[in-house]
Design a binder for this molecule. Structure first.
Ligand code: 6PG
Length: 244
């Protein structure tokens, strides 16, 4: 069996998986809009996500979705000003959100530049609760789609190895701490990741082997993403797949 088949969920490996991932998103957006009116998606940071946003922002994917019905969230944010180059929302704006007709009032960014990160995280929890349906399994808000990166240390969103945020089950967004700068973060928690209808990891580059082994062996934070009532996908390039 190919090593990538040991990952939980369906795995797509391509020299460049971006086009397949973009097509997948457009299709689940279509289905979500048909069922519920809006398409609720949480975006990720990282270079793999940025490449995907750049592809979504141009022909042919750009014309294949009704951007006015996208409601955009973030899986995590770094404690820095919104115009800082490290800010995940700034990256998503530059690569996608400023280039397509998403309604500004339907973009929910995490205000991680605030001094009180606990309060900012609690407010983000409230936004999730007030704008999303509740999952049938459990009480967490259910997003249609969550995009995730995979760090070399096995983190995803801003759920880092050993951080207390990994244990949180009763809140939907919390502060967390990375082991590299910017250290302070806001992240959604496992209950939100596991309440989603569709979750996709975007993994590129030859440096992800140890993290992928950590997922297969259940010890990486990313291994905790196993939505019981949702689809889990991995979109990987051949370099990442070959490193497992
Ligand atoms: C962060 C990064 C991080 C990123 C992964 C994967 O906030 O620390 O955004 O979570 O998503 O490290 O990054 P690449 O897609 O660049 O490999």
């Amino acid at each position: 069996m190919s090593e990538v088949a040991r990952l939980p969920g369906a795995v797509t490996v391509r020299d460049d998986p971006t086009g397949v991932a973009a097509g997948w998103i457009v299709e689940i957006a279509r289905v979500a809009m048909a069922e519920g009116g809006r398409f609720r998606i949480a975006l990720a940071g990282g270079s793999a996500a940025r490449t995907l946003y750049q592809v979504l922002a141009v022909t042919p994917h750009r014309e294949r979705t009704d951007w006015g019905r996208w409601e955009v969230y973030f899986g995590d944010e770094r404690a820095c000003p919104p115009d800082d180059p490290a800010n995940n929302c700034r990256m998503a704006r530059e690569a996608l959100l400023d280039l397509v007709p998403v309604r500004p009032e339907l973009i929910h960014r995490m205000e991680a530049e605030r001094a009180d990160l606990d309060a900012a995280a609690a407010e983000y929890s409230s936004i999730l609760v007030s704008t999303c349906p509740t999952a049938a399994t459990g009480s967490a808000p259910r997003l249609d789609c969550i995009l995730l990166g995979l760090g070399e240390n096995g983190h995803t969103a801003s759920l880092f190895p050993g951080d207390p945020a990994l244990q949180v089950r009763d809140r939907w967004a919390v502060r967390s701490r990375a082991d590299y700068a910017p250290f302070d973060r806001i992240t959604v928690t496992y209950p939100v990741l596991n309440a989603a209808a569709h979750v996709a990891f975007l993994v590129t580059g030859a440096t992800k082997g140890e993290a992928l082994r950590g997922v297969v062996e259940g010890r990486a934070p990313a291994a905790g993403v196993r939505p019981p009532d949702g689809e889990l996908r991995w979109f990987m390039d051949t370099a990442a797949a070959g490193s497992l």
